[in-house]
Write a protein that binds this ligand. Structure first.
Ligand code: BGC
Length: 360
């Protein structure tokens, strides 16, 4: 009997110790963070910024990358809900594919933050943290307006461009494309800017899963179908750095950049990835849009902490982002156009990329 009591006390002590350890190792609680893929530079930076920031505040973080595969992302979110996370931070692959998971999170009392990409068609999204995607699109348009000197263009020699958009299942693609087109359309209407392929519709010019190889194929087809004569492509609207670099490759393959009268087209981009910074410094890609993942990560960390501390969240935009089921209160950050002229100041001096990373 004494032995049995002794064993019981020991077991009780061990379990208290175990629970205690669990609490200590999870600090202020476990936060689930899900990023779409590890294979893109930005999502790694985003994931680390959120994880490190939360850990500094004493939270434990379960960070998952979903390999751009929807069933994987679904499974990861299911697992995080089962683990009892206190908040879910989700950058989706397909913004409309997670409604069941979001409903389960809601039922379990777990607040959900849509990270960078809006979660669509669900009432179970509490906040959205992103950049102002329409403004980002406007900057993509501005890059072409400046780079192609559209204000000096005449209808006698219209400037020639082709258009690319992002993944159709990513709501951000709408803001990027509409923002850019609202800047470019007036030049098209005046006849000083022309798209020879006639492909103007977001659905037609979109790139599923932001796949740069798919974009390169489309660029090759556009060049062979529309530019076989003397017509020269002057610029490309690109929503994403790897797409910009692929399009430049397709152009180089048919003599752009190496034939008199055929300079590389002016192309912008987005994300300020290392390869694009190098290309900008080499005078190939014209510009990119920097969306500082450190700021987005930091804003998310503050939001998570404020939610869990029961603080009132301020600075929310409560009109712009309707996900089809509700207007999602949003925190929207500013982005910066980067060209050769400000790359040192805005990218290197701020430590976004080191000089060594850029080969400087
Ligand atoms: C993000 C972009 C990124 C793209 C591809 C978008 O949702 O806002 O920054 O380039 O996804 O990953």
């Amino acid at each position: 009997m004494r032995k049995k009591i002794g064993f019981f006390v020991l077991a009780l002590f061990a379990s208290v110790l175990f629970i205690g350890c669990g609490q200590t190792s999870q600090g202020k609680g476990l936060i689930g963070v899900v990023m779409p893929t590890r294979s893109e530079e930005r999502w790694n930076k985003d994931g680390m910024a959120v994880k490190e920031g939360l850990e500094k505040l004493g939270y434990a973080v379960d960070l998952q990358f979903s390999d751009d595969d929807i069933p994987t992302q679904v499974r990861q979110i299911d697992d995080l809900i089962t683990k009892g996370v206190k908040v879910l931070v989700i950058a989706s692959i397909d913004g409309s594919a997670l409604s069941n998971q979001l409903a389960n999170a809601q039922a379990a009392g777990i607040p959900v933050i849509a990270y960078d990409r809006l979660l669509m068609q669900s009432p179970d999204v509490d906040y959205y943290v992103s950049f102002d995607n329409y403004k980002v699109g406007g900057q993509m348009g501005d890059i072409l307006i400046t780079g192609l000197k559209l204000d000096q263009a005449t209808a006698a020699r219209p400037v020639i461009i082709e258009l690319f958009a992002g993944s159709p299942d990513d709501n951000n693609s709408v803001g990027f494309f509409d923002g850019a087109m609202d800047k470019l359309r007036p030049y098209m209407d005046r006849g000083v800017l022309r798209v020879p392929s006639g492909q103007l519709d977001r659905a037609v010019v979109g790139t599923l899963r932001w796949d740069a190889a798919e974009a390169q194929k489309r660029m090759e087809n556009l060049l062979s179908a529309n530019y076989s004569g003397n017509l020269v492509l002057d610029g490309i609207l690109s929503p994403y750095d790897p797409i910009s670099l692929s399009c430049l490759e397709a152009c180089k393959a048919v003599g752009y950049g190496s034939t008199p009268g055929k300079p590389l087209p002016v192309v912008g981009g987005q994300d300020c990835i290392v390869a694009s910074c190098k290309s900008i410094l080499a005078g190939e890609q014209y510009a990119t849009v920097l969306k500082d993942t450190r700021s987005l990560g930091a804003a998310t960390v503050v939001l998570v902490d404020d939610i869990l501390q029961g603080k009132t969240i301020t600075g929310l935009d409560t009109t712009s982002y309707n996900n089809g089921a509700k207007i999602v209160p949003s925190l929207l950050l500013d982005s910066v156009i980067v060209t050769k002229d400000n790359l040192q100041a805005d990218v290197v001096d701020t430590g976004y990329h080191t000089a060594a990373e850029l080969g400087l």
